[in-house]
Design a protein around this ligand. Sequence first.
Ligand SMILES: *Cc1c(COP(=O)(O)O)cnc(C)c1O
Length: 350
Amino acid sequence: MPDDRLVDLRSDTITRPTADMRRVIAEAEVGDDVYHDDPSVLALERRVADLLGKDDAMYVPSGTMSNQVAIRVHTEPGDVVLAAVDAHIHIHEMGAPYALSGVTMRFLDGRRGTFGPKAVAEAVPQPSPAVPASLYQPITLLCVENTHNAAGGAVWPPDQLSAVAAEGRRLRISTHMDGARLWNAAVASGTNEAALAAGYDTVSVCFSKGLGAPMGSALVGRQHLIDRGRRFKQMFGGGFRQAGLMAAAARYAVDHHRARLADDHANAARLAAGIAETPGLLIDTSAVETNMVYFDVLSMPAAEFVDRCSAHGVMVLPHSMSGVRAVTNLEVDARDIDRALVVMDKVASS
Ligand SMILES: *Cc1c(COP(=O)(O)O)cnc(C)c1O
């Protein structure tokens, strides 16, 4: 392997389709997704619905659209949506809950993007004869994110996940899981996707992250919710015609790239262990649970560290003044990790 090969650890979205996946794309049968007659889209939707133990699934162009269709499905304008303070839905989706669904958000305290049923119960005021329900803005949706991106790919303990869903049911609030990396959560927790999804009304999963498909996500859930979601997919501009080309790649990724996420997790642990030994870098290795590695640079601003690593062919992202993010993915193997560590050590000590 030439030593000048790029090691791209910016994200697990940077992966390009493998040769086998390109063959599947080339040979995919297609129709018109807007008329619901694209066989490759229908096959993907069936496969993912079965995998998550739900009635139906709807293929959409992005995880953002999937989450935002879900919010629109579960709410009316003026409602409140509950989520962790640094939920992707809130910090990375361009204000869409406010702009597209007319809802406001309220945030739950917790640990690394997770919270317990008590935090949910405390956020929902209980009407009494003295304070009628009409004085409270209705809270109609609770969102969880698994794995939690901004918390560094943190995994929800499966018991806590189901306890929170049960609390939502008790309070008569709909529940949605942003499972962009549900596949990683399943591998890391040793609990299958259907078990993790159980109790949630809708779940969004991404094919374009660790699974390595070129694009697309699915919103998965009970039949009447997905039926209602189809209206908003179209409204938000998500009718994408011969989408079967991409759906076939997504289906291939679901069938062939899920188990190998364990390699990404092992490579992330290897990177974290190396960073812990590198003077000038600071990391909490116990916080590395899946494929994301967050660490701090002590000797220079994160942006400068990132630029200098990039000049040596190792690409990572700054996420704060001192914080850097590296994400392992299917284009990176253990030797690439070792090469990244050599570069990081050289840059951090210069
Ligand atoms: C990437 C991501 C999304 C959005 O997916 P896009 O396809 O990039 O729109 C949603 N939630 C989480 C947690 C993500 O990491």
